[in-house]
Design a protein around this ligand. Structure first.
Ligand code: SER
Length: 883
């Protein structure tokens, strides 16, 4: 059964059992501060489990893109070294959401267990004898009994020697430190040969890390919510959450011994073989590398397609690290010194593009981003290797490489420690890992302190958790507090408050959160920011209200909101203008919409020309002047919105009903706040246009007041410049004249300095002292480094047996120049580029260059004579034979 059929049969099976099949949620999380990436199929239903939002369908099933690389579930280091862990994997899942209003629709342990058994043994035809079941054996700490109910249901299908009791670690599933959780039953499969089975029973190998006795399906019976502080609270309704590892299931059904031998991975591995000329399954080290690369390619490609570009912080940094891990394996074990992983993308797209169209649609941009990331990391690696070699040269004694140097390589150049260790080994040295780990721990400590957030449990004032958002229509209104909690960040307490109705827009879709005040009995409580946590709108309060039970009046900062709305509507117009002028390949890749400015990232493969920028500005300003009215639809069926051609974004999760925002031809799905007519924007100006990644450009722009200020600033600069050149009638012409004159003068100066150098040359050559065959000149000079360079080119072939070290002092700084005639470079292997480093140490500086000419600069003029004597000493000891 190929992997497509495996996936389809799962979905068909649960569709027949009246499950609603939902699409995979994006792999990159947007509004959940506790998770960066989807790590289980249930994440997108978390609010349903917690009772925060109503249930649309009691039974659902899907295949979900998951990534386990951070937080509680992190498999990164195992990946590639074993044959069944992945960073990105597909999780097949079925869910039942217990709804007291629809008690007959949901199901719990009995059906879950019976259906899982039916699917595995009847539909997929797995041999019952190879399956082992684990159930929760209870936990004293949490005061929970063993799950006898699950045991009894399993007993109907499975003999008792195939049912094992497990501990809290394996059989009590939790998404993170807090959140919905419950006991679980895992299904494990024994894929070993008959002879191996006769030696050791499968039940002895369950959960022992054996690569062929592995968990394939986890059935979680969600009954609790783990609170901050660790207590378990019973949830109002019981739910089912199951997750089956798709790649592992394919391995079982395709009778192979590794996930990487299934048709999910084989095409990629074949492609790696073809590109590298190295065969899989020959050498264990290159095999690991191939597995790492084929796994990481998927994680990175899917994350980028979901809108997460590699970057230097948060989720973007995790993606960068995964890609770098793959590059490192390709570099060290498959000898790939040039970007290579991006070439595997077409194979992945062939494989997955139909099931996950977001990947196919964005293939070009994903490929460009990967290629560029690879190239820049390879540059960092090369740089790191140079540093490493230099360190070896400078390290005079001992075979142990300084741990803090290894840390510097790791921290500054992104240079992985195991690569440093490998290179050290190749040179017969070792890295002081104790010192390295100490530095690493110090750094971790620093970032832990920076990131530490202590979030208290919610104190519920009213059970109702639905907030009515009124901010699309008004910016103030009466409200009351539903729940609150205390949050400590960087030693400061603030309060999170949820209101029953709010005009405050929570930060999302690129738009900043509103600020303002809550007023009660004449006291103002500052709202510092508004954020979204899943579906909760959270107001960040500086102080806690004295009477939380009484009503408040909420006021959004109206000017800030208006400026932000201007920028949000202008962002839509900009998007429309770019698609009109540059083409429909333009897709939004990120945005920031604040009161001060807007930023828009989009896919486009060239720098925009000046004319294109002008055209975009003119287009947007035209629409502003036409004063188009906002047409808003708050609940359009998503299919209808699609048919109307509304712009949607990859990596965004949309419901069945969507909100659309339209100004003339610009039609987007959007939850933000907008102005009622484009005229309010007043003026739109692009401030900058540039690249942020391969194939991704960024425009920053301002509107209304800020656009005025921007133009004022430009006029001021122009006026100041005109004043500086004495207010001529035609400032452009006057400046062009000045520049022409400047060019002439520069030419004269260089002619004069050439003459000066000629005179200086003769003088210097006369000072030569004989060192055996060699003529050595060491002298102070008035020549600057450019003139020294000219002199070097002049002397290189015209002189023989010449070594000339020159020192110039300007503003207390020293420039050294070392010239070596070409015959000495060739016959005596002298190298000015290397020698100058030793000289530079004496003037407290650094330098480098070519074998015939090198320069250094430093801050210690008193070291010049010492530097000269280093050179003399070198000549004495190295060229003694030629004396
Ligand atoms: N949430 C459970 C898991 O991830 C079952 O889907 O294992």
């Amino acid at each position: 059964m190929n992997s497509r059929e495996v996936r389809q049969r799962f979905l068909d099976f649960f569709a027949e059992k009246h499950h609603h099949i939902v699409p995979s949620a994006p792999m990159v999380m947007k509004d959940d501060p506790t998770l960066m990436f989807t790590n289980a199929g249930m994440n997108q239903f978390k609010d349903i489990f917690l009772g925060n939002i109503p249930i649309s369908f009691s039974r659902v099933a899907n295949t979900q893109k998951c990534l386990r690389v951070s937080g509680k579930h992190n498999d990164l280091e195992e990946v590639g070294h074993d044959t069944y862990h992945h960073t990105m994997f597909e999780m097949l899942g079925n869910w039942s959401f217990g709804d007291p209003a629809r008690p007959t629709e949901g199901y719990f342990k009995k059906e879950t267990i019976a259906w899982a058994w039916e699917l595995l043994t009847n539909v997929y035809g797995l041999a019952p004898d190879n399956l082992y079941i684990t159930i929760f054996g209870g936990d004293l700490g949490d005061n929970l009994p063993s799950d006898e109910e699950a045991y009894d249901y399993w007993k109907k299908f499975v003999s008792s020697d195939h049912i094992l009791k497990g501990n809290k670690k394996d059989n009590f599933w939790e998404m993170g430190d807090t959140g919905p959780c419950g006991p679980c039953s895992e299904i494990h499969i024994d894929l070993r040969s008959g002879s191996e089975k006769s030696l050791i029973r499968g039940s002895d190998l369950v959960n022992t890390g054996h690569p062929l006795v592995i968990e394939i399906w986890n059935l979680v019976f969600i009954q609790y919510n783990r609170q901050d502080g660790g207590q378990l609270a019973t949830l109002p309704a019981k739910h089912i959450d199951t997750g089956m590892g798709f790649e592992r299931l394919c391995m079982a059904l395709q009778s192979v011994k590794s996930n990487y031998d299934t048709d999910v991975f084989q095409p990629i591995i074949r492609k790696i073989e073809a590109l590298t000329g190295i065969k899989y399954n020959v050498n264990p080290t290159s095999d690991v590398a191939m597995r790492v690369i084929s796994d990481h390619l998927r994680a990175v490609a899917f994350a980028i397609a979901d809108g997460q570009l590699p970057s230097n912080n948060k989720a973007g940094y995790v993606i960068r690290r995964i890609l770098r891990r793959a590059v490192r394996y390709a570099y060290s074990y498959l000898d790939q010194k040039d970007p290579f992983i991006y070439q595997l993308l077409p194979t992945l797209v062939d494989q997955m593009g139909e099931v996950f169209p977001e990947l196919k649609k964005q293939q070009t941009i994903v490929g460009k981003v990967i290629q560029e990331e690879e190239a820049s990391f390879l540059r960092a690696l090369t740089h790191g290797i140079q540093k490493f070699n230099q360190h070896l040269l400078e390290q005079k004694t001992g075979n142990i490489i300084d741990g803090s140097f290894a840390f510097e390589l790791y921290d500054t150049y992104g240079f992985p420690i195991d690569l440093t260790q490998l290179m050290a080994r190749e040179q017969g040295r070792t890295v002081d890992m104790e010192a390295f780990n100490l530095e690493l721990e110090k750094q971790k400590q620093r970032s832990r302190q920076d990131a530490a957030v202590d979030t208290g449990d919610w104190i519920i004032l009213h059970e109702n958790t639905d907030t009515t958002f009124i901010g699309w229509d008004v910016i103030s209104g009466k409200t009351k507090l539903l729940r609150f909690r205390k949050v400590k960040t960087k030693g400061k307490d603030i309060f999170h408050a949820v209101l029953d109705s709010t005009p405050f827009y929570p930060e999302s879709g690129g738009q900043v959160g509103d600020t303002g005040i809550l007023v009660q009995n004449g006291i103002n409580y500052q709202v510092l920011d508004t954020k979204k946590e899943n579906n909760l709108i959270i107001h960040l309060l500086e102080t806690f209200p004295q009477n939380p039970d009484l009503d408040f009046t909420a006021f959004v900062d109206s000017e800030r909101r208006m400026l932000t709305a201007n920028n949000h509507s202008a962002t839509h117009l900009l998007h429309q203008a770019l698609r009109n002028i540059l083409g429909n390949h333009v897709e939004q890749k990120g945005s920031y919409v604040g009161p001060d400015r807007l930023r828009f990232d989009f896919s486009h493969f060239r720098k925009m020309t000046k004319d294109e920028i002008k055209e975009v500005e003119t287009y947007v300003n035209e629409i502003i002047r036409n004063n188009l009215l906002l047409e808003e639809n708050r609940s359009l069926p998503i299919e209808e919105a699609k048919n109307k051609g509304a712009i949607m974004f990859f990596g965004e999760k949309y419901g069945d009903q969507v909100r659309t925002i339209q100004f003339g031809d610009s039609l987007e799905l959007c939850g933000g706040t907008h102005i009622e007519a484009t005229g309010r924007i007043g003026l739109f100006r692009i401030v900058s246009e540039g690249a942020i990644a391969a194939g991704i450009r960024r425009i920053e722009a301002v509107t209304s007041k800020q656009a005025d200020e921007y133009i004022e600033g430009r006029i001021f600069t122009l006026e100041s410049m005109t004043e500086l050149i004495n207010n001529p009638g035609d400032p452009v012409k006057a400046l062009a004249n000045i520049l022409a004159l400047h060019g002439d003068l520069q030419k004269q100066v260089s002619e004069l300095s050439y003459k000066l150098a000629q005179a200086e040359k003769d003088k210097l050559l006369k000072q030569a002292v004989e060192y055996g065959d060699i003529r050595l000149v060491t002298a102070h000079t008035i020549l600057d480094s450019q003139a020294m360079k000219n002199l070097a080119f002049d002397l290189r072939y015209s002189e023989v047996n010449l070594v000339m070290a020159l020192a110039g002092i300007k503003d207390g700084k020293v420039s050294l120049g070392l010239i070596i005639s070409e015959d000495l470079v060739k016959t005596k292997q002298m190298n000015a580029g290397q020698l100058i480093r030793d000289l530079a140490i004496e003037i407290d500086g650094g330098g480098g260059g070519q074998p015939f000419f090198a320069t250094a600069s430093g801050k210690n003029p008193t070291g010049i004579d010492k530097a000269f004597s280093v050179l003399q000493h070198w000549l004495n000891s190295n060229l003694a034979g030629s004396k």
